[in-house]
Design a protein around this ligand. Structure first.
Ligand code: DPP
Ligand code: ZN
Length: 861
């Protein structure tokens, strides 16, 4: 497939100023008539070229005269003489055969669209690129009984009945927008309604449309929407700009949700929740995604992207905005830990592998492959670093300037950086490299102390490892929030922001009779890998005394990682381990202190006391050793569980007495309850299965039920099957909960996960046509390091089979599953060879999609 380069950007030859669309909607045959007001853009005599994917025009006329068009690859071309013209064209599409879920597709008898990034061209041929902004008017016609609800962007202009049991609705969106923000929905849906009054007094009607029966599960999403609208006014001064804001939930969806102007379309998992079916985690995810899509109304829609290389302009910024919103709604400390954990789980491996790319990529074959953790989550970290360096007021001034200057435009990352420089008064010359360079920087830190002069000197150094296409890398500015903590006072004199700009830098601080303890990259102020030379005893000190909650978490994670890496080295023979790992006794003592530390709330306690995942431990090793990691971690869990068993039981009982509510205390209690249960099970306490089953059976909410079932799923006990069956029977018919039932089994630490996986693939509720179901079954399996990377290679074969079967149906969802195989360089030769074989087998498949081809080719390079 051809490669598209950022450097080749050219403005469109023709713009579409106005779009009028008429749809005669039907599941199997939808007719589309389009009237496009086009304008020549610049002084040239080139033809009109419209992007087209599968929906060739049935008729095409320019100013009323039929014209002959020609096909040029994925475009159609025709000639137009004057400066402006009216182009009319029609297409006929079959939504119910659209398994890619791009363009107009059917889901459970309803019709809806997904146009980002290049789905609109599957509806009609169009100048389908984000710098082509048009005003849309949309007329929808359909059978009234099957499609009683007809929605599009903007506001409803008129609606009424037609002959033959049909009806129509006309929608108009006054805001010019790129085609990727176009949306329509037709179906038999029920609405939950509410309203919001903006700070300037405009009334906005809010509605969430779902299938009948789901309307009792929309309250949380509605509350999140209203909270987001208020938050964006308060924190960014940004108001909503239409009289209507509609949300529709659909069950077949590739993405999490889509920010179409005035008509957000959501994967139902990010809308539907009640205590019986959704966990606290689901509640948070809903709040975050609803906010994310709402915030796009400014960071994405009012100011959009010039081209898809600028994707992080809207996504990185909007993720940063939704992270701050969720922090404000709940716990800032816990939110930061969750976000960093996610960054390290998904983005760091991506940035260290064959698919590494800068947050503003330089090239792509298929843009769908670039909706990545790098563009989103590292993109958000880059915005966060600017916010940290500027401080809140100046950061806000930079954002104000950006929105004021670029409102109504298709902008670039460079536009954002320039607005931030001018508005916030920052010099971002060197900082721009964060947009250009892939790879996670390495920072080494060492604190040197001179007792004679009372001077502490911080030595910093930055390093880079090469990434594809970037063998050598210039230095980056790395903002590190830093504190020097006095060992006696257990306090510091104030946090400093140290910006490392050189390869090596040293900073001296006086007045330290004793060497202080270094607390660095507090709050994870820079997305780097940090290697700190420390005296043993420093990490336990930080776990107990650091006043930055993230730093406490980080210190304990590092303590555990050091110990486990040493344990794994010990497996090669005594004395193989070297370095500074603290003893198991010391780790148990630290855990013991934290289990009952009064300064921690339960939510933070549970966060800190969670062990790093096997996959994350693998990331810390040059060559990942799946069995050794599994064994070492399991044995550490067992030790922590059994030696603190009484404390875990006390915590479990205390937390079990807290009644269900959504208060922070009750949510914290639920989180620590299932964590404690997990440690009781890891201790292999004789009654563990009973305690777990008891929590499962008594649960009056999904958090406790799923928490218990997750523990049981890893056990070999009769209660396991009983609980799984009971859970399945109770929720049969609720797709989102049945997704959990699949995930709990394939993500478990049960010794027979692979065999269970084979059975689940054949389960009557498994289908390849629903992306949520595919991900629910396969993603926990692929992330289950010891199982997926079983030495036999059968995990790789299973994934390869999926890829080959799913690609013809849904390339976009399939391509996400290539990265796990692409990590072959990080495994021993035998595994690496098997992984490569699988990639070769995929590549040999005739008719392989562009999406999968790109990922496989890059993974093999
Ligand atoms: N809908 C996706 C998101 O909000 C892509 N824009 O991130
Ligand atoms: Zn987004």
């Amino acid at each position: 497939p051809p490669v598209i380069y950022r450097a080749d950007y050219q403005p469109p030859d023709w713009r579409v100023e106005t779009v009028s669309l008429e749809f005669d909607l039907d599941l199997s045959a939808t007719e589309v008539h389009a009237t496009l007001g086009i304008v020549r853009n610049g002084d040239h005599d080139r033809a009109v070229r419209l992007d087209c994917d599968g929906a060739l025009p049935q008729t095409l006329a320019v100013d009323g005269q039929p014209v002959n068009w020609r096909q040029e690859g994925s475009r159609i071309a025709f000639d137009v003489q004057g400066e402006r013209a009216i182009v009319t064209l029609s297409t006929r599409i079959a939504p119910d055969t659209n398994t890619q879920l791009m363009g107009l597709f059917a889901s459970n008898g309803m019709l809806c669209t997904q146009c980002e990034a290049e789905g609109f061209r599957r509806i009609i041929p169009f100048v389908d690129r984000p710098d082509n902004m048009s005003v849309y008017e949309v007329l929808l016609r359909a059978d009234k009984s099957r499609f009683p609800v007809l929605l599009s962007n903007g506001a409803l202009v008129e609606s009424g009945d037609l002959d033959g049991g049909r009806h129509y609705a006309r929608w108009r969106d006054p805001h010019p927008k790129p085609s990727y923000l176009f949306a329509l929905v037709a179906g038999d849906l029920v609405a939950t309604r509410d309203s919001f009054t903006t700070k300037s007094g405009t009334h906005v009607d809010l509605a969430i449309f779902v299938r009948a029966g789901d309307e009792g599960r929309t309250a949380h999403a509605m509350q999140a929407l209203k909270a987001s609208m208020a938050w964006d006014e308060r924190v960014y001064g940004l108001e909503y700009d239409l009289p209507v804001f509609n949300i529709v939930a659909v069950s077949d969806f590739n993405m999490g949700a889509m920010e179409n102007k005035g008509l957000n379309i959501f994967n139902s998992r990010y809308i539907l929740a009640d205590p019986d079916t959704a966990t606290d985690y689901d509640y948070d995810a809903i709040e975050g995604v609803v906010a994310h899509e709402y915030f796009h109304n400014w960071s994405g829609n009012r100011v959009t992207c010039r081209d898809w290389f600028q994707l992080s302009l809207k996504e990185g910024f909007t993720v940063y905005r939704d992270q701050c919103f969720s922090a404000d709604m709940g716990s800032e400390a816990v939110k930061r830990i969750e976000d960093v954990r996610m960054l390290r789980a998904a983005q760091f491996p991506e940035d260290a592998g064959p698919l590494a790319h800068p947050i503003r990529p330089d090239s792509y074959m298929e843009i769908s492959n670039f909706y990545t953790s790098t563009v989103y989550n590292k993109g958000a970290e880059v915005i966060r670093m600017m916010a940290t360096m500027a401080g809140p007021e100046r950061f806000r001034a930079g954002c104000d300037l950006y929105f004021a200057r670029h409102d109504g435009e298709a902008a670039t990352c460079e536009d954002f950086v320039r607005a931030m420089e001018e508005g916030a008064g920052l010099d971002l010359g060197q900082f721009r490299r964060w947009y250009e360079q892939a790879g996670t920087p390495q920072v080494q830190a060492r604190l040197e102390h001179d007792a004679a002069t009372g001077t502490a000197t911080l030595h910093l150094r930055q390093n880079f490892t090469p990434t594809p296409g970037q063998p050598a890398k210039p230095l980056m500015p790395i903002p590190l929030r830093t504190a020097l903590i006095d060992r006696d006072m257990k306090a510091h004199r104030g946090e400093m922001l140290v910006v490392l700009t050189e390869a090596e830098q040293a900073l001296s601080f006086t007045g330290y009779a004793r060497a202080p303890v270094l607390s660095i990259n507090r709050g994870f102020s820079a997305p780097v890998n940090l290697d700190v030379a420390r005296a043993s005893g420093d990490l336990p000190f930080l776990v107990r005394h650091d006043d930055d909650p993230f730093a406490r978490y980080e210190a304990l994670q590092q303590l555990v990682i050091d110990r486990l890496i040493a344990d794994i080295a010990d497996m090669d023979g005594p004395g193989a381990a070297q370095g500074h790992a603290v003893s198991l006794d010391e780790i148990i003592a630290v855990f013991g202190d934290l289990v009952s530390d009064q300064r921690l709330d339960d939510s933070m306690r549970a966060e800190i006391l969670s062990l790093p995942t096997e996959a994350f431990l693998g990331e810390q090793m040059l060559i990942v050793r799946p069995e050794a990691i599994h064994v070492a971690r399991k044995s550490l869990r067992k030790a922590i569980g059994s030696r603190l068993l009484n404390q875990w039981r006390i915590v479990h009982e205390r937390a079990s007495s807290v009644p269900y509510s959504l208060s922070r205390e009750a949510r914290g209690a639920r989180k620590i309850k299932s964590l404690a249960l997990g440690y009781i099970a890891s201790a292999e306490a004789g009654d563990a299965a009973m305690v777990a089953f008891d929590q499962f059976a008594r649960a009056d909410n999904m958090t406790d039920r799923q928490g218990a079932l997750a523990v049981l799923a890893s056990m070999q006990a009769d209660q396991r099957e009983t609980a799984l069956d009971s859970f399945y029977n109770r929720y049969q018919g609720n797709a989102l909960v049945i997704d959990k039932w699949f995930s709990l089994q394939t993500g478990s630490a049960h010794p027979r996960v692979h065999e269970q996986m084979l059975e689940l693939i054949r389960h009557k509720d498994f289908t390849l046509t629903n992306p949520n179901r595919v991900r629910a079954l396969y993603w926990p399996f692929v992330s289950n390091q010891a199982v997926f990377h079983e030495a036999s290679g059968r995990g790789y074969e299973l994934l390869t089979d999926l890829v080959l079967k799913l690609d013809p149906l849904n390339p976009q969802t399939t391509a996400r599953f290539i990265a796990p195989l692409g990590r072959w360089r990080r495994f021993d030769e035998a595994r690496a060879a098997k992984m490569r074989d699988c990639l070769e087998r995929i590549l040999a498949q005739p008719g392989l999609s562009k999406d999968v081809t790109e990922q496989v080719v890059k993974s093999l390079e």
